[in-house]
Structure formats: structure tokens, C-alpha cells
Design a protein around this ligand. Structure first.
Ligand SMILES: [Zn+2]
Ligand SMILES: [Zn+2]
Length: 397
């Protein structure tokens, strides 16, 4: 049996609306101390040591490697592998991700994934989302971990697939010694190898930890506040290329919230998403497999639906447009919308036929090139329509 009690060092708690009017829930002292001490050391002792003694090149390189490995441990491991199951990985990859995910000090994978699945299910709900951005920057960034908010109460009923995983269960059971080993042991070892124990502990130990913490926390705070919403306005998640650079690709959060089962967050090849490249590169050598991708039609459909919604809103509140121009624009929009709905219906029909034929094709060994090319045509049509809608938007603006 797994003991699901939180390790006392980091009981990552959450919230409820009583924070507004009722007395605040009790402080999680260990978390508060851990965050403030590490921050204090990072902003006072680290620069002091740098100015008085100086950091070696090895200190910087090791700190950088640990920082990147921690980031990938959380984004490719905790987030895309375990919380969302967007791909499968060889045990050696899972071990690597778990070791460096542990070092990132964001609680056990079981706690993290359970909270994250709750976040997706109840996003923006002030009572149920453990880090609802509706409660402000501070709360969604770090505040939710500082007090025993009811919504942060662990409930592992949403991770039955993960509690059965022996590797994750082991990490959960021995989280305290493992986090100490990763956070002190690895920098200490590097310090002994490169003959600068204190420099390594400060830079690759503490500064690395504080940086890793806050850039990851931006995904819960800033990525729900700052950026665009090209795919959906049903929640507060935003796409933001600046945050993507800081968070190993997790800044494309609007896409992620609507297509959470996709192993990519930056869905276009040119979007900065090192986590996607990491998972993709490993699949070439057979270390990851079954990478899930959202069909491009569904992505186009979401984009177009948003474009229609915005165009309609603009037309409805466009006093500057003369009536003589307004009517043709409305008619064009209505026409485009009709052909959009027709394309969606066509696609569903062809897809259904394709799936049916695919089953038979397996048995009778013929391929369905025709249907596949029909699907591609419909997808191409949607992309063209998206371009026409952008023109239309420019005319309304
Ligand atoms: Zn989110
Ligand atoms: Zn997610």
C-alpha cells in the first residue's frame, strides 16, 4: 500500500474563496520557510559569493545543465508524460525525468499530476482549480502552496493509472530523502568533482532551484494572464512566445488547454517548444513512442471558430463602419460561416467513411488513398478560409 500522506517538507496546498472574507487557512510553514530561505540565499548570498569569490565556468555549466534537466523533468515528465499521457517512454527516459523532476522540488509526481488534472478539469473555478488565475497573480503563482486551502487537498481518485506505477509510487513514498539527495547530493558531487563545493551548492544548488521554481510557476500565473487566445476563450489560458522561451515550450498554454492530449504545446514547427523536440528526437531512436497529435483539421476548426466569433463581435459593435459597407461584410461573413459548417460536416463524413474503410483495408489489404486525399483537400480548404477571414478582419478593423 502506498502512504499518500504528503511529505512534511512540501505540502503543496491550495485555496478556496474563504480567503476573501473568512480567516485565512493555516500557513504551510515548511513551504513558506523553504521558499523564503531559498529566495533569500539566491538574492543575497549568491551575488555576494559571486562578487567576493567568483563562480567558475564549471559552476555555470553544471547549473545550466541542472536547470534545463529540471525544466524538462517537469515539462516532458510530470506534465506531458504522466499528467496528460501524451506519449509513452522507455524506462530509462522515465527514470531520467523522474530524477530531475524530483530535483525541481515541486512535490511528488503523484501530487503534481493529481493537482494538474484537477486544474484542467476545473480551470478558473475559484473553489476547485488548485491554482485558479482568477484569484490573482500571487495566488496562482505561489500563494496556493503557502496555506492549506481546501481546494488543494490531495485527492488521488483522478490518477488511478499513476498510483499503479511502481516508479512513481517509490518516488512518492521516499520523497523526502530523494529530494534531499537530488538537491544537495548532486550539486555536492559536482562541487567535489570540480573543486568548488560552496560555489556549486550556491549556483547549481540554490540559484538553480529558485529559477526553476519561478519559471515553472509562471505557467500557472502569467500563462493564464498574459498573451493571446487564438484557439478558445472558454478559459483564461494564453499563448505567449516569451513565456514559451522561459518554460521549455509550455507558454503555448491556450493551445494546451484545448488540446491537452497533444505532446506538443507549440504546435507549429517554428514555435519554440524544446520539450516537443526532446520527445520527438527520442522517438527517432525508439526511446519514446505513440506520440499523440491532434488532427490538423480539429486545430483549424478551433482557430476558425474563434475567428468567426471575433468577426461577429466586431461587426456587432462597429459604429464606425457605414451601413453601406456593413451589409456586404455581414453577408460575406455569413457566407464564409456556411461554407465553414459545410466543410466541418464534410470532414466528419469522410472521416467516418475512412475509419470504416481502414478497418476493412486491414483485412483486405487495400489502401484508402482517395479518402485520405479528400480529407487533405478539406483541410486545405479550411486553411484558405482562415486566410480569407484574416482579410475580412482587416477590413472590419
Ligand atoms: Zn493552465
Ligand atoms: Zn496541462
Amino acid at each position: 500500500m502506498i502512504n499518500y500522506r504528503a511529505p512534511s517538507t512540501i505540502l503543496w496546498s491550495s485555496m478556496s474563496k474563504n480567503a476573501h472574507s473568512e480567516p485565512l487557512p493555516p500557513l504551510v510553514v515548511t513551504n513558506a520557510l523553504m521558499f523564503s530561505i531559498t529566495m533569500g540565499v539566491a538574492v543575497i548570498l549568491v551575488p555576494w559569493y559571486g562578487l567576493t569569490h567568483g563562480f567558475t565556468t564549471a559552476d555555470w555549466i553544471v547549473a545550466l545543465c541542472f536547470t534545463m534537466a529540471n525544466g524538462i523533468g517537469i515539462t516532458a515528465g510530470y506534465h506531458r508524460l504522466w499528467a496528460h499521457k501524451t506519449y509513452e517512454a522507455h524506462w530509462s527516459v522515465r527514470l531520467f525525468l523522474l530524477v530531475f523532476g524530483t530535483m525541481a522540488l515541486q512535490n511528488s509526481a503523484l501530487f503534481w499530476c493529481s493537482g494538474h488534472r484537477t486544474h484542467h478539469l476545473n480551470v478558473d473555478d475559484e473553489d476547485k482549480d488548485p491554482y485558479s488565475a482568477r484569484r490573482g497573480f500571487w495566488f496562482s503563482h505561489i500563494g496556493w502552496m503557502l496555506r492549506e486551502y481546501p481546494s488543494g487537498k490531495p485527492d488521488f481518485s483522478n490518477i488511478p493509472d499513476l498510483t499503479r506505477d511502481p516508479m512513481l509510487a517509490f518516488q512518492h513514498r521516499h520523497y523526502l530523502p530523494l529530494l534531499l539527495l537530488a538537491n544537495f547530493g548532486l550539486p555536492l558531487l559536482a562541487g567535489l568533482i570540480f573543486h568548488d563545493v560552496l560555489g556549486m551548492l550556491l549556483l547549481a544548488g540554490v540559484a538553480r532551484l529558485v529559477w526553476s521554481h519561478h519559471v515553472t510557476f509562471f505557467i500557472n500565473s502569467l500563462a493564464h494572464m498574459w498573451g493571446t487566445r487564438p484557439y478558445t476563450e472558454d478559459n483564461s489560458a494564453r499563448d505567449n512566445p516569451v513565456l514559451a522561451v522561459l518554460t521549455y515550450g509550455e507558454g503555448y498554454h491556450n493551445f494546451h488547454h484545448i488540446f491537452a492530449h497533444d505532446y506538443r504545446n507549440g504546435v507549429h514547427w517554428w514555435q519554440w517548444d524544446p520539450t516537443k523536440w526532446f520527445i520527438g528526437a527520442l522517438s527517432f531512436v525508439g526511446l519514446t513512442r505513440r506520440l499523440k497529435r491532434t488532427p490538423s483539421f480539429q486545430i483549424q476548426r478551433a482557430l476558425l471558430a474563434m475567428q468567426f466569433r471575433r468577426a461577429q463581435d466586431r461587426l456587432a459593435s462597429a459604429p464606425a463602419i457605414a451601413a453601406s459597407r456593413l451589409e456586404p461584410l455581414r453577408a460575406r461573413l455569413a457566407h464564409e460561416y456556411d461554407s465553414f459548417l459545410a466543410a466541418v460536416a464534410d470532414w466528419a463524413k469522410v472521416k467516418e467513411q475512412w475509419l470504416g474503410d481502414k478497418k476493412r483495408a486491414v483485412l483486405e489489404q487495400w489502401d484508402q488513398v482517395d479518402l485520405q486525399s479528400k480529407l487533405r483537400d478539406i483541410e486545405r480548404g479550411l486553411r484558405l478560409q482562415s486566410r480569407r477571414l484574416r482579410d475580412l478582419h482587416a477590413q472590419i478593423a
